[in-house]
Design a protein around this ligand. Structure first.
Ligand SMILES: Nc1ncnc2c1ncn2[C@@H]1O[C@H](COP(=O)(O)OP(=O)(O)O)[C@@H](O)[C@H]1O
Ligand SMILES: [Mg+2]
Length: 228
């Protein structure tokens, strides 16, 4: 097992059989001890956060598999906080795809002149570059194409998958009386045919969820979703 990448919240290992192993850490993104899914720094450490994030990730990836959505997921070991996945290559140095149902976070910071906080958005999809140094700038479809990061056809697939996956997550949350405001996904190309698949994780750390108008912290979300 060879360490190939040390991320903010996970470490990535290459396995001898060619698959990857994601080790979920207890580090959480945010600033000054306050969680923020949009942050590019590790803001705090919470005991058990890795296992909780993986538990919810496992839950959603298995749900997606049932629905025929292509993902990198192979299996998960919750105790060890490890997930085995198919390796994918990135679009450029990586993209984040965000689906928004309500105006909060960076959307509101950027478009506050035109949008009200919490305003409903119709599964609005945005793409940002994974570029911590430049605070993950949003990028248009034209720029993605022009810079050779994503073809026009791939963009269509990416957007369509994002809407489908986000709706599945939204519906799952709704069953527990929780409303999904926004969610951040990652995709990559896998296999010889370079099929676009969902990668990374789907945990409390990638989304903003609210219950009765109150924001739900990642650990609490994971608990609410996974206990009856
Ligand atoms: N199936 C996969 N193949 C290749 N890379 C992956 C796969 N799944 C996730 N990754 C990458 O592994 C890293 C996971 O660690 P993380 O702590 O989330 O990193 P980051 O600090 O970049 O967000 C991310 O960079 C993510 O893009
Ligand atoms: Mg990450």
């Amino acid at each position: 097992m060879k360490l190939i990448y040390t991320g903010k919240t996970k470490d990535v290992y290459a396995l001898d059989d060619g698959n990857y192993l994601l080790k979920f850490k207890d580090d959480v993104t945010g600033e000054n001890g306050v969680f923020d899914p949009g942050a590019n720094t590790v803001g705090l450490k919470i005991e058990g956060a890795g296992r909780a994030g993986l538990s919810l990730t496992k839950y959603f990836f298995e749900k997606l598999k049932q629905k025929g959505i292509p993902t990198h997921y192979i299996d998960a070991n919750i105790e060890e906080a490890m997930m085995t996945v198919k390796p994918a290559t990135m679009f450029g140095n990586g993209l984040e795809v965000i689906c928004r149902y309500r105006a909060v976070g960076s959307f509101l910071r950027r478009y506050g002149m035109y949008a009200k906080e919490g305003q409903a958005l119709d599964a609005f999809v945005e793409v940002t570059l994974k570029d911590d140094e430049r605070q993950d700038p949003p990028i248009s479809q034209d720029a993605l194409h022009m810079l050779g990061i994503l073809s026009a056809d791939e963009y269509v697939v990416l957007k369509d998958l994002t809407k489908k996956i986000s709706q599945i997550v939204k519906d799952e949350l709704a069953k527990k009386g929780i409303e999904l405001y926004d969610i951040k996904l990652e995709f990559g190309r896998a296999g010889e045919d370079r099929q676009i698949i969902l990668i990374d994780e789907i945990s409390g750390g990638n989304m903003r969820a609210y219950k009765n108008g109150n924001y739900i912290e990642p650990l609490q979300l994971e608990q609410l979703m996974l206990t009856d």
